[in-house]
Design a protein around this ligand. Structure first.
Ligand SMILES: NC(=O)c1ccc[n+]([C@@H]2O[C@H](COP(=O)([O-])OP(=O)(O)OC[C@H]3O[C@@H](n4cnc5c(N)ncnc54)[C@H](OP(=O)(O)O)[C@@H]3O)[C@@H](O)[C@H]2O)c1
Length: 231
């Protein structure tokens, strides 16, 4: 049986990943800040054939990540999905920047995923699939930035892209592939009601990409539909 670890598994794309992998009989390790309040994840745990374990994990806290890794130390992990993320304050343009908010966004979107990668790499090594997928954004693409704004969010995802590229190089000798993927514009709390994709569509497409990843793909930036995204 394959095992997936998902951060931010209580809502949005993280919850949808949990639903879809559970439906396929995978063992799901659903990490979120407050498992006691994660009602849908709790309900899913009762019916997931492959088993679903919820674990408290705040990606912004080194102690929380270390504690979660300790709790899950016996679990080989096939796929790790760094899904947790946040947009930050509304007015992220020159003249309106909230630098404390920017630091929080970097903490969660950039430092957080690397913290999780470092803490769980040994367990990925014991899994069969050995894939780490981190959710970036088209807004993190420098090549694709024609409208500006959203400086905190964009910079956090551009930096995440670099962080994952570095991790891909460091983890290649251990045969662990690391990629970043843009989920598209998706109807979640973050994407809002006017987004073009449903979580079901985005996650189904990303899962197809994950299952096609070969070792040579490590370090790449994918779109949800499998196309290469420009850095
Ligand atoms: N939706 C889109 O259109 C879109 C587009 C491009 C990229 N993305 C990326 O896709 C990922 C998922 O987005 P989404 O649309 O599902 O967002 P969402 O609905 O706003 O959900 C965000 C998730 O991240 C979690 N989270 C936030 N801070 C955290 C922390 N410090 N530790 C652990 N978990 C934390 C939230 O948990 P709480 O409930 O505890 O806050 C929640 O589970 C993000 O990385 C986002 O940047 C989304």
């Amino acid at each position: 049986m394959s095992t997936v670890l998902i951060t931010g598994a209580n809502r949005g794309l993280g919850l949808e990943f949990a639903l879809q992998y559970a439906a396929e009989g995978w063992r799901v390790l659903g990490a979120c800040r407050n498992p006691a309040a994660a009602e849908e994840l709790g309900q899913l745990a009762k019916r997931a054939a492959g088993g679903l374990l919820t674990v408290a994990l705040d990606v912004a806290s080194a102690a929380s990540v270390a504690h979660a890794a300790q709790q899950l130390r016996e679990e080989p992990i096939d796929v790790l999905i760094n899904c947790a993320g946040l947009m930050g304050a509304e007015h992220q343009r020159l003249g309106h920047l909230d630098y404390e908010d920017w630091a929080r966004v970097l903490e969660v979107n950039t430092l957080g995923p690397l913290r999780v990668i470092e803490a769980f790499a040994a367990q990925l090594e014991r899994g069969e699939r050995k894939l780490i997928a981190s959710l970036t954004s088209g807004m993190g693409s420098i090549a694709d930035n024609n409208s500006g704004g959203w400086i905190a969010y964009r910079s956090s995802k551009a930096a995440l892209n670099m962080v994952v590229k570095c991790a891909a190089i460091s983890l290649a000798p251990r045969h662990i592939a690391c990629i970043v993927i843009n989920p598209g514009w998706v109807r979640t709390d973050m994407g809002g009601p006017h987004a073009t994709l449903t979580p079901e569509q985005s996650v189904a497409a990303m899962r197809r990409v994950f299952s096609s990843i070969r070792p040579a793909d490590t370090g790449r930036f994918f779109n949800y539909d499998g196309r290469t995204y420009p850095w």
